[in-house]
Design a protein around this ligand. Structure first.
Ligand code: CA
Length: 232
């Protein structure tokens, strides 16, 4: 059973051991690196499906590793870190990490996040091939700029549509307030996050069955929003 290849970049022996046993037990192949520099080399030479990356590394910081990886690859990066400050999460997500797990975490949660990362990478590939994105009762024809809910067309304003497409372009990932403001309104609006709240409420109102309990447009308090694709 080979579910995929994971590169683990982590300097702490105990943590590496726990992760290796867990991942191998679930059918993943694991390669390990104990420094950022080695990690970068491993990723470049082994073409993994997912990278698990610690932030506190002996040579270069995990944030820097993320930035360097994003210069050439879009493969899923999951940060595993003892740092639980909002600021660290925002910085690494802005740098292009897909997800952030705070240590200590359980094997169950880790495996769930990895499954999402794997699904997301295949989702994204199929999105590039076909211009129609659909999930559950929602459908978007990106070429025609049409949105359907339960097969009925829903009219979105240009800003709502833009916000919606930025979210689905990164479906499954947390997108920070900053990134959303920059992509939808432009760099000079990054502090106007109340716009985001207003337009997110409008999108939920138009596209969620129950806007008060959203299934798709998920708030990540203090960080940003995520378009949820792992709908049960
Ligand atoms: Ca460390």
């Amino acid at each position: 059973m080979d579910k995929g290849l994971i590169i683990l970049i982590e300097d702490e022996y105990q943590m590496r051991r726990f992760l290796r046993i867990t991942l191998q037990g679930h059918g993943y192949k694991v390669f390990e690196a104990t420094t950022g520099q080695n990690g970068l080399t491993e990723v470049a030479t082994r073409n993994p499906d997912v990278v698990l990356l610690d932030l506190g590394l002996p040579d270069i910081d995990g944030l820097e590793v993320t930035k360097r990886l994003r210069e050439w690859t879009q493969l899923p990066i999951i940060i595993i870190s003892a740092r639980d400050q909002e600021d660290d999460k925002i910085k690494t997500l802005d740098a292009g990490a897909d997800d952030y797990l705070t240590k200590p975490f359980g094997a169950g949660e880790l495996m769930a996040r990895i499954r999402v990362a794997m699904r997301h990478s295949s989702k994204q590939n199929s999105m590039i091939e076909e211009s129609v994105f659909s999930i559950s009762n929602l459908k978007v024809d990106l070429a025609k700029r049409q949105v359907f809910l339960n097969n009925k067309e829903v009219h979105l304003t240009p800003i709502e549509y833009k916000l919606f497409t930025v979210l689905i372009k990164h479906a499954g990932k947390v997108i920070t307030h900053n990134m959303l403001m920059k992509e939808v309104w432009g760099a000079s609006y990054v502090n106007q996050t109340h716009y985001l709240r207003i337009y997110m409420a409008q999108l939920r109102h138009k596209l969620e069955a129950d806007p008060a309990r959203p299934c798709f447009f998920i708030n990540e308090p203090g960080i940003g929003y995520r378009f949820k694709i792992d709908i049960d």
